[in-house]
Design a protein around this ligand. Structure first.
Ligand code: NDP
Length: 328
C-alpha cells in the first residue's frame, strides 16, 4: 500500500473530525494527472471547510485545500509531462474533489495551468486563489471601462488575503486606494502596500442609506452584507464595485437606488469556475504587475501541521495577508 500525508476531514453522526494522517494513494479520485504538491495556501474558504462553519465540503472523506503548486509526477494528458511545474486554483478542489493539503493530488489536466514565468512556487502560492481573485476583480473593473482618473478605489477587508493583494495591484495600476479595515493598527502595513487612505470599517457596520455622499469610482469588496451595501451607496455616478467575498455575511441589504439613479454597476467575480483563458491572463498579469517585495511583506509560511489552527484564525478575521503552506 502506498500512502502520503494529508489533512483529512471525516464526518459522522457525531459531527466533523479533522486530522493529519496517512492517505492511501488508491483512494485518490479520478484524474489524468498526478501532481507532487510542494506548496498550498490558506484561503477563507479553507477555514470554512476545516471548521465546518459553512457547508463547503460536499463529500467525505475530504482533503481540504483549494490551491496548489507542484510538479507533475504522472500524466496521460498530452498537455502535461512528468517534471512540469503546475498551478491549480479552485475547480472544486477541497470541496468536491480531494484537495491540496496533501503531498499528492490526482486531478484533471484541464484544471492545471503552467507555473507562470517569473514566479517561484512559493510566490505563486503567496498569490494563491486570494491574489488571483484580486486580479480578476481589477480586470472586471477595467472591462467596465474604469480607470484611475475617474476617482479613488476602495478595498474592503483590506488586511485580509484578497484585500492585501487588491491594495497592491490597484496602487500599482495608478489608483488612489482607500483601504477599509477593522484593524487600524495595520495602517502602516496597508500604506506600505500602496494605500493612500485608511478607513475604519465601522463606517459600514450600520444599515446603508439608499444614496450617500459620492466617495469612490471603483471598489473591490471582500466583505458583503452591510459593508457592500454602504460601499454601493457611496459609489460615484457611473462607478462599479467588484464583489467577490462574504467575510462579513452573505446578505446584501441594499436598494436599487445606486443602480438606477447613479448608474452604478455591481460586478460579480468568481474564481472557482473561471474559464482557463481568463485564469492564464490573470496569472500572467500578476507575474508582471505584482511587486515581489510587497508580496513578500504580506506573506507568512506555515507547515501542514499548523493549518488547522490557522484555519480557525482566518474565519475569525485574525489572519493578516497571505499564508503559504509548505508541504514538500
Ligand atoms: P481573509 O480572512 O484573509 O480576509 C477577509 C477580511 O475581511 C478580514 O481580514 C477582515 O479584514 C475582513 N472581515 C472579516 N470578518 C469581517 C466582518 N465580520 N465584518 C467586516 N469585515 C470583516 O479572507 P480572504 O482574503 O481569503 O477572502 C476574503 C473573502 O473573499 C472571503 O469571503 C472569501 O470567501 C472570498 N473569496 C471569494 C473568491 C471568489 O472566487 N469569489 C475567491 C477568494 C476569496 P480587516 O481586518 O482588514 O477588516
Amino acid at each position: 500500500m502506498s500512502t502520503f500525508k494529508a489533512i483529512v476531514i471525516d464526518k459522522n453522526e457525531a459531527g466533523q473530525r479533522v486530522e493529519i494522517r496517512a492517505f492511501d494513494e488508491a483512494d485518490l479520485m479520478d484524474g489524468d494527472v498526478t501532481v507532487r504538491v510542494s506548496h498550498s495556501t490558506l484561503n477563507y474558504k479553507d477555514g470554512l471547510a476545516i471548521t465546518g462553519k459553512a457547508p463547503v465540503v460536499r463529500r467525505f472523506p475530504m482533503i481540504p485545500g483549494v490551491d496548489l503548486v507542484g510538479t507533475v509526477e504522472a500524466s496521460s494528458n498530452p498537455e502535461f509531462k512528468p517534471g512540469d511545474a503546475v498551478v491549480l486554483n479552485g475547480w472544486g478542489l477541497g470541496e468536491t474533489h480531494l484537495g491540496a493539503y496533501a503531498e499528492k493530488v490526482r486531478v484533471r489536466g484541464e484544471w492545471l495551468i503552467p507555473l507562470p514565468q517569473g514566479l517561484s512556487p512559493l510566490q505563486a502560492m503567496a498569490v494563491g486563489t486570494a491574489g488571483y481573485t484580486a486580479m480578476l476583480c481589477l480586470m472586471a473593473l477595467e472591462r467596465h471601462g474604469l480607470s484611475p482618473d475617474r476617482g479613488p478605489a476602495i478595498v474592503t477587508g483590506a488586511v485580509g488575503g484578497v484585500g492585501s493583494v487588491a491594495v497592491a495591484l490597484l496602487a500599482k495600476a495608478g489608483w488612489h486606494v482607500i483601504a477599509s479595515t477593522g484593524r487600524p493598527e495595520e495602517a502602516d502595513y496597508l500604506r506600505g502596500l500602496g494605500a493612500a487612505e485608511i478607513l475604519d470599517r465601522s463606517e459600514f457596520a450600520g444599515p446603508a442609506r439608499p444614496l450617500a455622499k459620492e466617495r469612490w469610482a471603483a471598489g473591490i469588496d471582500t466583505v458583503g452584507s452591510t459593508t457592500l451595501a454602504n460601499v454601493l451607496s457611496m459609489t460615484k455616478y457611473g462607478g462599479a464595485i467588484a464583489a467577490c467575498g462574504l467575510a462579513g455575511g452573505m446578505d446584501l441589504p441594499t436598494t436599487v437606488a445606486p443602480f438606477i439613479l447613479r448608474n452604478v454597476a455591481l460586478l460579480g467575480v468568481d474564481s472557482v469556475m473561471a474559464p482557463k483563458a481568463l485564469r492564464i491572463e490573470a496569472w500572467n498579469r500578476i507575474a508582471r504587475e505584482l511587486d515581489h517585495d510587497k508580496l513578500a511583506v504580506m506573506t507568512s509560511t506555515i507547515p501542514l501541521d499548523r493549518v488547522l489552527e490557522a484555519g480557525r484564525q482566518i474565519v475569525d478575521g485574525k489572519v493578516k495577508g497571505r499564508v503559504v503552506v509548505d508541504i514538500a
